[in-house]
Design a protein around this ligand. Structure first.
Ligand code: UDP
Length: 317
């Protein structure tokens, strides 16, 4: 099977490329390297296991050529990371909405199955945990640019489902919760690689807000299994599926675990959101997925504990 991965030089995309290539699939990666890094797939490209095209998903001519040549499309290219979203809101909205428009329109032309990587941000600040796929989205004011990301990904979902309903396009949506693992960078705000780096340098661990907010961090290898399972199943078309861990941890507990694991001398420093992001942002207190839908569809659940994943990341840095 020949698979196109948009955003395949990014953190999750490069793990997906590696896994598909190991399973002897032909893999083409398209990435503009805006946040992705060529080093993430350099070995695979050198070994002739992955073909790399440096371009934007917004270039419809390129996408036309690539999607015609492939049987399935994993659409992971997006502007992600709270810091990036807050710093570059125009880029975020345009990349996420226009990129997905191009992918869906072209996949529909050639009848290719598409997996759209969406996000748990779509649930917004809903407090009804665990989040189920059919729950309402509760977004904040348009004055907070953070919500433009959630809104842009919600539009992507609407568009994908519209292509499915109106044209019968084979499409599946994966709502990814916090994903972590080797090769993840803290550059765009992601908390785990930031904490590990701070701990390894014995610098203060920067906990935003009270540290009482919690997240569930899923190992990237497990997420990749879910993406492949959703793509390969005939029963997932037109569906939305949560993909995430159900092991919940507060951000302060996370800081404690990282300090312990790295035997760091770092102190915990509590930083107000305004100071952290340069402006006020809405944060979610809890973000816990219900994974019963994906479990029923493809028998998937995350197996690796946070402890194990932190260990593999720490050794990689
Ligand atoms: N966070 C933190 N310190 C950091 C980076 C992030 O305390 O240096 C917090 C952030 O405010 C959020 C949580 O960690 O409550 C997870 O942040 P991340 O950006 O990784 O993912 P999010 O779940 O917000 O998309």
């Amino acid at each position: 099977m020949k698979a196109l991965i948009t955003g395949g030089a990014g953190f999750i995309g490069s793990h997906l490329a590696e896994r598909l290539a190991c399973d002897s699939h032909d893999v083409v990666v398209v990435d503009d390297l805006s946040t992705g890094r060529f080093e993430n797939i350099a070995e695979l490209v050198k070994a002739g296991k992955v073909e790399f095209v440096r371009d934007s998903v917004r270039n419809s001519e390129t996408m036309h050529i690539l999607i015609q040549r492939c049987e399935v499309v994993y659409h992971l290219a997006a502007a992600v990371g709270v810091q990036l979203i807050v710093d570059r809101p125009v880029h975020t909205i345009e990349t996420n909405i226009h990129g997905t428009e191009v992918v869906l329109e072209t996949a529909n032309k050639f009848g290719r199955k598409v997996l759209i990587a969406s996000t748990s941000e779509v649930y917004g600040k809903s407090e009804k945990v665990p989040f189920k796929e059919d729950d309402d989205t509760v977004l904040g004011s348009t004055r907070f640019s953070r919500w433009s990301y959630a809104c842009s990904k919600a539009i992507d979902e609407f568009l994908a489902l519209a292509y499915h309903d109106q044209y019968g396009l084979d499409v599946v949506i994966a709502r990814l919760f916090n994903t972590i693992g080797p090769r993840q960078t803290g550059q765009y705000g992601m908390v785990v690689p930031r904490f590990i780096q701070q701990a390894l340098r014995n610098e203060p661990i920067t906990i935003y807000g009270t540290g009482k907010q919690s997240r569930c961090f899923c190992y990237v290898g497990d997420v990749v299994e879910a993406l492949i399972g959703l793509m390969d199943s005939n029963a997932t078309s037109g569906g939305v599926f949560n993909v995430g861990s159900t092991e919940e941890v507060t951000i302060e507990q996370l800081a404690d675990r990282v300090i312990e694991l790295t035997k760091s001398k770092s102190e915990k420093r509590f930083v107000p959101y305004e100071q952290a992001y340069g402006k006020a942002i809405d944060d979610m207190l809890r973000r816990l997925p219900s994974i019963s839908k994906i479990k029923a569809a493809i028998e998937w659940e995350s197996n690796r504990s946070l402890e194990e994943t932190l260990g593999s990341m720490f050794k990689d840095m």
